[in-house]
Write a protein that binds this ligand. Structure first.
Ligand code: DSN
Length: 434
């Protein structure tokens, strides 16, 4: 049996192997990214060992002077970047941010309207997720496969009929902006509070390449901060609303859904906000261009891509219908074996019974863009994907080509300084374990 020391060393080894695996793979999961090393460094600081419940200047612990300055700086940078009136950087994930808003703005039994799961809605908006946990009664917007968006007329009808307390928008398969402006009359007539989940597109909003929900009718935005926004695994809430609404949201966060927020990841979020203020627009532009190039390449390879009539996407995400190529499960597993990491996904016509073998693949361009892939490399990625799922080439050969392609891109871009991507930061040399 391994000694306890061996168990600890084995965990370290697993982490190093995991790093190597991702360094060598073509990484296309639409909800992931890599941090800048300056942001990663923040995760290893003493901030990660401390408590700071409450708000700057109103804490329950001593020792928070530097945390107060950090959190105040973050709120200022975030409001500047997003044009928001308020920022709460304390939710420790996107789902916790969602729980905070639900807790702040609704009571058990209230009605809420939400994007359907099969249209890419997030699980926290499902009856078996946070919405159900609060005891809300939810109604799905109708979804239009052709435009890969909610159906405007049906959504207006639903909101006017149900008069929900809150209307939630935003998906985890988020190809095109939500037509919020077309819904304004329904919002005004019913007084529903408009909440936009920007987890997937926060970096594109920061870079002014998607939509600006806060000027299109949303009162609050929730998001995670590690997808197109290339920060740590953390959450954030932005507001442009009356002060009493914002205070309720803040109470939904603390004490509603977090006691302590994670101060080291909040510091990493601060570094990423500064980097997004500097580089965010170019990063978002390149991310969207790369997604469209990859979609076009896959379509030319004969793969059915959704959203064709609207140029496939206006975000980082593209979606393939692979029912005729073996299904989502088989394709995703074959691609993983070939060094290409993405995920199978429900498409609008799938039911939740198909969740283990859905019709689709979801593909995101933001991580490869972050290390410098441009349109010509995205075309190569498209050909490698087709080698696996269309031409059924040998996985080992494709894996070698994927590694070769990735090996030319070793640096994190769109951040301060020059740093190696996927580097394993060693604090201790081997001797320190003796
Ligand atoms: N599960 C994440 C995604 O992949 O979209 C969102 O939380």
């Amino acid at each position: 049996m391994d000694s306890n020391r061996d168990l600890a060393l084995n965990i370290r080894k697993l982490a190093q192997e995991h790093n190597d695996f991702f360094r060598q793979s073509l990484t296309l999961i639409a909800s992931e990214n890599i941090m800048s090393p300056l942001a990663m460094e923040m995760l290893l600081t003493d901030f990660g060992s401390r408590y700071a419940e409450g708000l700057p200047g109103h804490r329950y612990y001593q020792g928070n002077a530097f945390v107060d300055r950090l959190e105040t700086m973050i709120m200022e940078m975030s409001n500047r970047l997003f044009g928001s009136q308020y920022t709460d950087p304390r939710p420790i994930s996107g789902t916790v941010a969602n729980i905070g808003i639900i807790y702040g703005l609704t009571s058990p039994g209230d009605m809420i309207t939400v994007p359907p799961l099969s249209g890419g809605g997030h699980i926290s908006a499902a009856k078996f997720g946070a919405v159900g946990l609060r005891g809300l009664t939810s109604f799905d917007y109708p979804f239009d496969v052709e435009s890969m968006n909610i159906d405007v007329d049906g959504t207006i009808k639903l909101i006017k009929e149900k008069k929900p307390k809150v209307s939630l928008f935003g998906q985890s398969v988020f190809l095109f902006p939500t037509p919020l402006r077309d819904l304004q009359d329904a919002f005004a007539e019913t007084g529903t509070k408009v909440w936009y989940d920007a987890a997937h597109v926060l970096g594109l909003i920061a870079g002014k390449q998607f939509q600006d929900p806060l000027s299109e009718g949303a009162m609050v935005i929730s998001a995670s901060t590690h997808k197109t926004f290339p920060g740590p695994q953390h959450g954030i809430i932005l507001g442009k609303c009356q002060e009493d609404v914002w205070k309720r949201v803040q109470r939904g966060v603390f004490p509603g859904s977090v006691s302590n927020h994670h101060l080291n990841s909040m510091a990493a979020l601060g570094v990423t906000l500064a980097e997004e203020l500097e580089f965010g627009q170019k990063y978002a532009e390149d991310t969207v261009e790369n997604a469209r190039t990859l979609a076009q390449t896959l379509a030319e390879e004969g793969i059915k891509m959704l959203g064709e009539n609207n140029g496939y996407t206006k975000s980082h995400t593209i979606v393939a219908d692979v029912r005729d190529l073996g299904g989502g499960k088989r394709c995703a597993e074959d691609l993983e074996d070939s060094g290409i990491i993405l995920n199978k996904n429900l498409l609008p016509w799938d039911t939740s019974r198909e969740s283990q073998n859905p019709s689709g693949l979801r593909i995101g361009s933001q991580e490869l863009t972050r290390i410098g892939f441009g349109p010509s490399e995205m075309k190569e990625v498209g050909h490698l994907i087709a080698d696996v799922i269309v031409r059924k080439k040998d996985h080992g050969k494709v894996r070698e080509m994927a590694r070769e392609l990735k090996s030319g891109f070793r640096e994190v871009k769109y951040c301060f300084g020059r740093h190696e991507a996927y580097s394993y930061i060693k604090l201790l040399d081997e001797g320190a374990w003796e």
